[in-house]
Structure formats: C-alpha cells, structure tokens
Design a protein around this ligand. Structure first.
Ligand code: SF4
Length: 718
C-alpha cells in the first residue's frame, strides 16, 4: 500500500490528508498528523473522501473521454482528444475573429489548484486579450477581498488558526463554523475548554449549532450587520474603549467615521438589527475590553448586496481597538473553497491580476504584460460571475468555457443562468463528473482529473500553501485541468500570432507553472519567491509571504503596525448601513436565507453519492419557525410552494427552533434531481437558486445569496 500526502478538497480550512492507495485504487484516507491546519483530524466529509472516490455511482458518473455534439438536438458523442481540442480552439478563434475577445467568457472554480488557475488567467488575459474570466469564488469571498484592500491595503487575512487559542474574545459573524469549517470549530471548542474565560459571540440570524455554543448570540435581522458593527463602535467610543494610540499612529479616517457612527446609538442600531440593546452593548464591551479579540466571518457578511461594507465595518472595529497584528487578535475571513485563496493570488478574478495586482492600474497591467511576454493586458474591465451570465443571456458573450463548477445549480437567479447557457453559441464544460446540471448544456465536454489525481498547490484561509499530490492516475483519458488549458492555448497561439510571438505556455509540469507564478510575486505583499516545491517538500506547508532569504512563512501580518498602503496606515471605511436588496413585503413576507449542511458539499457532486452522508439530513426541506408553521397550519413534512419574484419550488416544511419568525432556511446543496419546481420562464428549477436574487454588492459584485423575499403556500395534494 502506498501513502501520499495531500489536502482535503472540500473547504478552506485546508486539512492535510494521507491517501492510502493500492495500484490505481484509493483504499483509505486519514488526517495528516503533521499538517498544521488539522493535526490529523478530519470532519465527516474529509474522513469519507476515499469512500466517495470509490463509490460505484462516482465511478459510473466519471467523464472518461471527451464528448462533443454536432447540434444541440443531438446527444454528445465520444471523440478523441485531438478532435476535441482542435474543435475548441477553432471555435474559440472563430468567435474572437467575428466578435472580438470579449465575446468569450471563462467561468472557473475555487476547486482548481493554483497552477490551473494561473494558466487559465494567462490564457484569458494574456493570450486571448479578454478580462472575462471569473470564478465561483466570486460567490464566496470577493467581498472579503474588496474590504481587505479598502481598509488594510492588501487582500491578506492578517491572522492565523493558532490565534483561536490565544484570543480572549472570539467574535463569529455570519459563519456557521460548526458546519462550514468543522475542524476549525473543533479548535474553538478546545480553546473554550482550555480557557473557560474565553468569550464567544456569534452574530447570525439563525440559532445555528455555532450560535448554540456561544456565550452571547446576537440574532440579527438578515442584512443588518453594518448597523450592528457601527452600534458596537458607538459604544466603544462612548465607553472609552478605543486604542487611541493605535488610531493616531497607524490609521487614517477615524474622525469621519466617528461622525457617521454618532447616529448609530445602541438603541437605534439594536432596533435596526432586531436585537436587545443590552446584547449589543455587551458584545461591544467584550470586544473592546478583551486583551485579544479575533473575528471569524464568512458568507453571512460576504454574500450580500452590501458585502464589502459589512466586511469593512467589522475591520473598523479591529482598527479602532488596535485588535490586529497581535497574537489572538485580528479580522480573519474564512474562505469557503479549498483554493479560493490561491485563485486570488494569481489574480483569477475579473478585476485582478497576478500577485494581487489591480487590473485598473496601468502600471500593474504593463508589469504583467512584460512578465507574460504579451503586447498588453487589456484595460476593459472583465465581467464578473453574475455579469458574465447576464451578458451571455443578452447574446453579448458567445462562448462560455466553464471549468470545474456547476453554475446551472450554484449561481443565483437560475432563470438568467439557464438562458445564458442556452443562448451561447459554444459551451465548453471541463468536468470530472458527467452528471452536473451544467453538463447538459455542453457542446464540448472535456474530462478532467480530480482530487487524488492531480499535482500542484492550494492555499487555505490562513495563507498556508500546501502541496496537493496525485495518489492515483486519472481514469480513462481524463487530464489535469492545467494540461487541458495548455493544450488548447497552444492551438490558439497558432491562430493568434500577434498576441503570442513565442509560446506563452512552455510548461511540462505544475512545478514549471508554480515557478513562473512565484516570480510574479517578487516584491509584492504576498512575495513567495523563496517558496519552491523543494522547500515545501522539506519544510511542509508554509504561510505567505515568504520572500527570498526567508526560512519560514509568516504566521500573522502587520505586527509592526505598517500596512501596505501608500502612507503605511490602515484606512477606516466610512460606510453606511443599507438594507437588503429585496426587503420582505406584504406579497413576499418571509426572509429566505441559504447555507450549508454539516455533511454535504456544494452541489453534492461528491458527497451526494455516499449514503452515510445523508444520515445527518436525508432530504431537502424549508425550515420555518414554529410560530410560522402554526400560522400557516403546517405540520412537519407538509409540502409547500415556495415562490420568489424569480421562480418557485416545492419542498416539505419543517419546524425549527433555529429559525426566527418571518425567516426561513433552505440548504444550498439540493439541485434539480431533488427539488421540483420551475424558474420564472418555465425551466426546471435548480434547487434553492431558482429563488435567489442576482442583486450584488456594487464594490465586490458578490451576489446576495443570503437573502431573498419569498412567500409560502401549502401545496394541495390531489
Ligand atoms: Fe476537509 Fe474542511 Fe473537513 Fe478539513 S474541515 S476535513 S478541509 S471539509
């Protein structure tokens, strides 16, 4: 039996795993005791990775060879790789010739390894000359990115997991850590056991298992986080709990913000949030009086039409109290996907360039063009996730290349997404599994290698880079994602000689791509020029930055009080509370929120194939408060029509003490095959995202998946 060290592909905690294999079969998985993210622990999802990999349905569902269809009326048929790659290159080049490079859109994934991400980014922005490349990480952490840059000057979470054990107060906002980041939550529980004086505050509309474990739960009304944080800052000011020395020496903009939060008295803020005033005051005191306060936050802040403002308002609290750059203190955004961070590092979003450079900065564009050896990087902003599918639905984007993600389930407002997939002239889907809803729209299906079959790196929530290693070869003729991208890129180079005077993709291994990527980081905030594959082999996973000469990574940032802004100071963000995009009203009187279950992952393409992972929750439902169940005359299991302005689905209702009156919760995982219904234009529904809105944050462009106004009607059975 062989043992291969790698990483769990499910979430941003980034746990190390040891894969056991015999020949070409994976036979077991256990936690890597030496990996600093998990020290050998795995949650229910990670510990069953080998079972999902071996599940008969998983094998049956694997894409083993390229498939192509000659017309939309015919089913796809197997073709050779050469035919598929030539077809892709020829049709992409045709679209570019006829409509220009911005008629092509790439929608990629936080599942990809950093090396995959790098190649796709260079292919789109460098070779094709379009910035239309975005990722499903847009749905997960783009608000955190925008707020870090706005306040601290760089997209870099300053804290680390070890800070959980050094904090005196942990403030969890918009994160059901117990379900979404279970191994990190084990640390929080451990820290509480070791230090009963540790205060845990959870701000969440639902009384989740995370909130249940808190010393103080703040059941805010959906979307009111900015009011909460401003109200807390008001208390900190009034009660003299500011770190005035830190504010004076290391920040700018406090006086402007002070004037703004004067209006957010505890009474006003508590009323906006639907809280008791004394709870808000208590939270502020614990935050400000603590020797070290660590904030952990996730989609509850990010997936919002004011996501950037929410993130920034929370960071304001840390700057005002000097709770940053010290052990146990700091704002710490948690990433949902295993490699959302790696994608950010290579600039894998429509508005970013390699190594945290900005597309809007002409110097950055020129730098990247020089590093890549292309004439230029175009200045036209690329379309972000929601915008890309809207542009395709309007007919502006003609070709979509979708990699390792399932927008026909995971994007909000499925009506528009499915119109886009139908209208696009060319849909390329690069996938491991043939069964995702998006595959049904593909003109070309390219079989991709997946977990345990690929080599490269990922970066977890705490900036820690870990090697991902192949334990077994991919089945059939499936190929690694970077390899497929390079194979098509080389064919496109021949058709676009003006943009590729020499080959831009000379890679023969992920390591060659990594070496080029780390060179682009030289002198940047995330400089990893010292971090070679050999060093990762020798030292194990490391946190960036790690510039030339460094012998180890850096646990936490800004310990010297200097921030990567032009004047070295962090900036307070003067933001205002803005209500949710679609407030509930008489016609749609219930606030719907979405989220994860403990044992399922994304659209269930992996976890949905393993019976034991349904032991926790076996079927989809809408959770309603007991009061709303009674008001509507519902009993557990009664079917209800759930309707928003965009679509309608049918689900059983379930009374739940976790949900407040006039609110509802539906897990995000269940798709077409589990949830019947339809979008507003009559297509089959795609789970809860038939209902959700594509309203998004004006800064981060992250959609408000956490809130939609709905109505519920008891289904009449014949
Ligand atoms: Fe995998 Fe996340 Fe669970 Fe760790 S916590 S085992 S990374 S799903």
């Amino acid at each position: 039996m062989r043992e291969t060290k790698s990483t769990c592909p499910y979430c941003g905690v980034g746990c190390g795993v040891i894969i056991e294999s015999e020949g070409e079969q994976i036979v077991g998985v256990r936690g890597d005791p030496q990996h600093p993210a998990n020290f050998g622990r795995l949650c229910t999802k990670g510990s069953t990775l080998h079972l999902t990999a071996m599940a008969p349905l998983m094998r049956q569902n694997r894409l083993l060879e390229p498939m192509m269809r000659v017309s939309r009326q015919q089913p796809p048929r197997p073709v050779s790789w050469d035919v598929a790659l030539d077809e892709a290159a020829q049709r992409l080049a045709g679209v570019i010739r006829q409509h220009g490079p911005d008629a092509v859109g790439f929608y990629i994934s936080g599942q990809l390894l950093t090396e995959d991400y790098y190649v796709f980014n260079k292919l789109a922005k460098g070779l094709l000359g379009t910035n239309n490349i975005d990722t499903n990480s847009r749905l997960c952490m783009s608000s955190a990115v925008a707020a870090y840059k706005q306040t601290l000057g760089a997209d870099a979470p300053p804290a680390c997991y070890d800070d959980v054990h050094r904090a005196q107060t942990i403030f969890i906002a918009g994160s059901n850590t117990a379900y979404a980041h279970p191994i990190l939550f084990r640390r929080i529980e451990e820290a509480k056991r070791a230090n009963p004086a540790l205060r845990i505050i959870v701000a969440d509309p639902r009384r989740t298992p995370t909130a249940e474990a808190a010393d103080l739960h703040l059941p805010v009304q959906p979307g009111t986080d900015v009011a909460l944080f401003h109200g807390m800052l008001h208390v900190l000011i009034e009660e003299g709990l500011l770190d005035t020395r830190f504010i004076a020496q290391h920040t700018t903009g406090f006086e402007t913000l002070r004037a703004t939060v004067r209006r957010y008295t505890p009474r006003t803020a508590a009323a906006l949030c639907g809280l008791e005033e004394r709870s808000l005051v208590q939270a502020a005191r614990w935050f400000g009086q603590s020797t070290a306060t660590l904030s952990l936050y996730c989609q509850g802040l990010n997936q919002s039409a004011s996501g950037t403002a929410k993130n920034a308002a929370l960071i304001n609290l840390h700057l005002a109290t000097g709770q940053i750059g010290r052990p146990g203190a700091g704002p710490f955004s948690l990433t949902g996907q295993p490699n959302a961070m790696g994608g950010r590092e290579v600039g894998g979003l429509a508005n970013l360039l390699s190594a945290h450079r900005d597309l809007s900065d002409p110097h950055h564009r020129a730098e990247v063009a020089r590093l890549w050896g292309v004439p230029d990087v175009p200045a036209t902003p690329g379309t972000t996730a929601v915008e890309m599918f809207e542009a395709a639905a309007r007919g502006q984007i003609k070709a979509l290349w979708i990699v390792c993600t399932n927008p026909a389930q995971s994007m909000p407002d499925q009506r528009t997404v499915r119109q886009a997939l139908e209208r696009a002239e060319l849909v390329i889907v690069q996938e491991a599994y043939a069964t995702t809803a998006t595959c049904a729209y593909a003109d070309l299906l390219l079989p991709a290698a997946t977990w345990a079959e690929k080599d490269g790196t990922v970066t977890n929530s705490e900036r820690r880079v870990t090697r991902v290693r192949a334990a077994v070869p991919p089945p059939g003729s499936a190929r690694c994602d970077w390899r497929i991208a390079v194979d098509i890129a080389r064919r496109l180079e021949r058709r676009l000689p003006a943009r590729a005077p020499h080959t831009l993709f000379p890679y023969d291994s992920p390591e060659a791509i990594w070496n080029e990527h780390r060179e682009t980081t030289r002198g940047r905030d995330l400089d990893i020029t010292a971090l070679s594959y050999a060093l990762l082999e020798e030292l194990g996973p490391q946190q960036w930055p790690m510039p030339q000469g460094a012998t180890t990574g850096r646990a936490r940032l800004y310990e010297d009080g200097r921030f990567p802004t032009p004047d070295g100071r962090a900036r307070f963000a003067n933001v205002e509370y803005v209500p949710v995009a679609e407030a509930r009203d008489v016609r749609y009187p219930i606030s719907l929120t979405t989220g994860r279950l403990r044992d399922q992952w994304h659209g269930m393409s992996r976890t949905g194939q393993l019976g034991r992972l349904f032991g926790h929750v076996s079927e989809p439902c809408i959770e309603l408060s007991p009061a709303d169940m009674a008001r509507q005359g519902l009993r557990d299991g009664d079917l209800v029509h759930i309707t928003s302005r965009r679509g309608s689905i049918v689900l059983p209702a379930q009374g739940s003490g976790e949900v407040a009156p006039a609110q509802a919760f539906i897990a995000m995982h269940w798709g077409d095959e589990f949830v019947s219904g339809q979008t507003g234009s009559g297509q089959p529904a795609a789970g809860v995202n038939a209902l959700t809105t594509s309203a998004h944050c004006p800064v981060s462009k992250q959609p408000e998946l956490k809130h939609a106004a709905i109505k519920i009607l008891k289904a009449e059975l014949p």
